[in-house]
Design a protein around this ligand. Structure first.
Ligand code: K7E
Ligand code: CUA
Length: 670
């Protein structure tokens, strides 16, 4: 034990038991990197984060996978990775993007850029139904069903939208997911020289309507905006319910060297959008139809949108749990600008305007701001603990600042508002607290998602993982607990208490509505249409075989296979991979999936179960006989038309085999 403690490289990887056993060492162990934790802190951190084998975590952390196009799921406090949910990117691990159903959802794209997951809410708190995630790259929004952790819908590309970054945030009762453009383009998109950017390019804010029953997304309304770059937004709650807020950079309407040209002004804008009014105006037909969407021009629809100046080149916009305070982090200003919603409304009512942009009133700054909180360098995003505190990520300072929310006493020294800082390693982007963007933050954990981990892990060459650090915020002071690494690249996350979710363990057979599902081996079939050169098969899958195990087709045939995994038991997943044909579908218990390929080359090609399912998993295989052109098929009637004939397995033998391996694989549990 002593030897372990002396080797700083091993301390981070040591088990809690080892750390506790060696707790009485005299010197504090150092954690790799620049951070030194006292022995007592290490012990506390180990105890807080150690989840014994067989125990489960308290929270789900859903963090976006950035340009990997996925969502990662980890347990908190252990930070153990539990699942990857593919959304915009094919993922052979779950067969996503290989079956016809998910291929259709992905369309022509094989990647997306996921930044901001938003968990559905009821009465302003997570309800565990859906997770909406944006695609910054291809202007889409996806819905993941939290009942089975699967992507169910990809909406888009959303019309009149370029770069869906300011997205997704859901309204208090998930009436809408709101999205906004990062890039501006001519609307409708056509060629206009970029030198006409300031006058002829437009951004847009869009309300994506969510069906309250099944979560189906559709484009509701759209507001055309000046060509600012909308960064990120937040929805109102309580007094600010019905409103939404977005930060923007490039109030200069500049192009070219944006790092200079878009950083000229001392202030950019926050947008204040009355989404309920946008909904009403759209119902009244006040929009112009562009690319099939009702688009509102805010100049012609007063009241739908306002602007207010905010700290220079802001990044995040956030709303506190009460809904009374709205804030904008000034990336290039060491402050968070805090507004009172009441003062914003008063300025709107009194027409207390200091200017306008393309007919959109700009509210007076001084009469709406409560405080410029001097949080530190490079503030990006803010979350809350429900005890009156806010936590802002400081990219440049590589730390998290904890500060006090208003109301403030008269003449308060702004410096005293900032209570504490804790270093993060390094260059933190987003942070998330438990239920941190709801009415009821839980105030126990904070996860810092850092952008530049710079080797706080075993070296894996130049392509470096991202670091996420778990911070305890339950006490007076913040305490670093744990550090985990992921593939690129988490931006925002949702930290949802496990009690909110109730995922299924398998798909009940009665729910399977797939047209070609089968539940008995006798229903398995292979049909060839000689004239159309197609073969369509219904395949039955169960431990430890496919029925049929041999499918004969003719070279050049288009082959469609519907595979049903007839298991009704947790974790009995089967795959169907076809060697040499770039096909692998994975079918969960009770699920049916369709795969399709063209049998281009004569020969014999195995198919096999790709998901280890039982002691006889390796035996779960079969063959495609691809009979060369001009050679007669032998398993069909002359002419190669109609049903394929084969000798079916004796169901009794099959069941016995399945039962035997079942016991072996499951240790007798049923
Ligand atoms: Cu700050 Cu796209 Cu929300 Cu990344 S964004 S960090
Ligand atoms: Cu079925 Cu492996």
């Amino acid at each position: 034990m002593e030897a372990t403690m002396r080797n700083p490289r091993l301390v981070g990887a040591a088990t809690a038991a080892a750390l506790i056993a060696s707790a009485c060492g005299e010197r504090a162990p150092s954690i790799p990197g620049d951070q030194t934790m006292a022995t007592a802190d290490v012990q506390n951190a180990a105890l807080r984060t150690f989840i014994a084998p067989g125990d489960v975590d308290e929270y789900y952390l859903f963090y976006s996978g950035g340009h990997s196009g996925q969502v990662f799921v980890a347990g908190v406090p252990s930070m153990r990775h539990i699942a990857t949910i593919p959304v915009f990117t094919p993922y052979p691990g779950t067969g996503y993007g290989f079956d016809e159903e998910s291929k259709a959802m992905l369309g022509d794209f094989t990647w997306g850029d996921v930044h901001h997951p938003a968990a559905s809410q009821t009465d302003g708190d997570y309800d565990g139904r859906w997770l909406f995630v944006n695609d910054n790259a291809n202007n889409r929004l996806a819905r993941i069903d939290l009942r089975d952790f699967k992507t169910k819908q990809i909406l888009g590309p959303i019309p009149n939208t370029m770069g869906n970054h300011g997205s997704a945030m859901v309204t208090d009762n998930t009436e809408y997911a709101l999205v906004a453009t990062r890039f501006s383009v001519p609307v409708p998109n056509r060629y206009v020289p970029v030198e006409d950017y300031a006058t002829d390019f437009k951004g847009a804010v869009t309300g994506i309507r969510i069906d309250p029953e099944d979560g189906t997304m559709s484009v509701g309304w759209q507001i055309l905006t000046p060509p600012f770059n909308w960064d990120l937004g937040a929805t109102g709650r309580g007094p600010s319910d019905g409103w939404a807020f977005w930060s923007s950079y490039n109030a200069e309407r500049a192009t070219g060297k944006l790092e200079i040209t878009a950083s000229q002004r001392d202030r950019d804008y926050m947008a204040i959008v009355n989404w309920r009014l946008a909904e009403q105006l759209t119902e009244q037909g006040r929009g112009r139809t562009i690319a099939g969407v009702q688009v509102l021009d805010p100049a012609e629809n007063p009241g739908v949108m306002f602007l207010v100046p905010c700290a220079k080149s802001p990044h995040g916009a956030d709303v506190d749990p009460s809904g009374e305070y709205v804030m904008c982090s000034g990336k290039l200003s060491p402050t968070v600008t805090v507004y009172s919603f009441e003062l914003l409304q008063r300025a709107i009512a009194n027409e207390d305007f200091s200017g306008e942009e393309d007919g959109i009133p700009v509210l007076d700054y001084d009469n709406t701001v409560v405080m410029e909180v001097p949080v530190g360098l490079g503030p990006l995003h803010t979350q809350f603990d429900g005890r009156g505190n806010a936590y802002t990520s400081l990219f440049v300072e590589s730390s998290v600042a904890k500060w006090r929310l208003p109301p403030y006493e008269e003449g308060v020294d702004p410096a005293t508002i900032v209570l504490e800082k804790i270093p993060s390693h390094f260059n933190i982007g987003h942070l998330v607290t438990s239920h941190g963007d709801t009415r009821n933050p839980r105030g126990d954990y904070l996860v810092a998602m850092n952008k530049l981990s710079k080797g706080r892990h075993l070296s894996v060459g130049p392509s470096i993982p991202e670091s996420s650090q778990l911070i305890d915020i339950s006490g007076e002071g913040m305490a670093m607990l744990y550090e985990a690494f992921t593939e690129p690249e988490p931006h925002f996350a949702q930290l949802v208490h496990a009690s909110v979710l109730n995922p299924i363990e398998f798909y009940p057979r009665e729910e399977n509505t797939h047209e070609f599902a089968i539940w008995e081996p006798g229903e398995a079939s292979v049909e060839r249409n000689a004239a159309r050169r197609t073969v369509e098969a219904k395949v039955y899958a169960i431990r430890t075989h496919f029925e049929p195990a041999l499918i004969q087709v003719q070279e050049g045939d288009t082959v469609v296979v519907h595979v049903t995994n007839t298991e009704q038991q947790r974790d009995e997943i089967h795959g169907f991979g076809v060697v040499g044909h770039n096909v692998n579908v994975v079918i969960d218990p009770g699920e049916t999936k369709t795969l399709k390929f063209v049998a281009r080359r004569g020969g014999v090609y195995p198919f096999y179960c790709t998901n280890f399912c039982s002691a006889l998993h390796q035996e779960m295989q079969g063959y495609f006989e691809v009979v060369p052109r001009g050679q007669a098929l032998t398993m069909y009637a002359p002419g190669g038309d109609g049903p394929m004939q084969w000798e079916r397995r004796d169901p009794a033998t099959a069941l016995a085999a399945a039962g035997a391996t079942h016991e072996h694989a499951q240790g007798g549990e049923d």
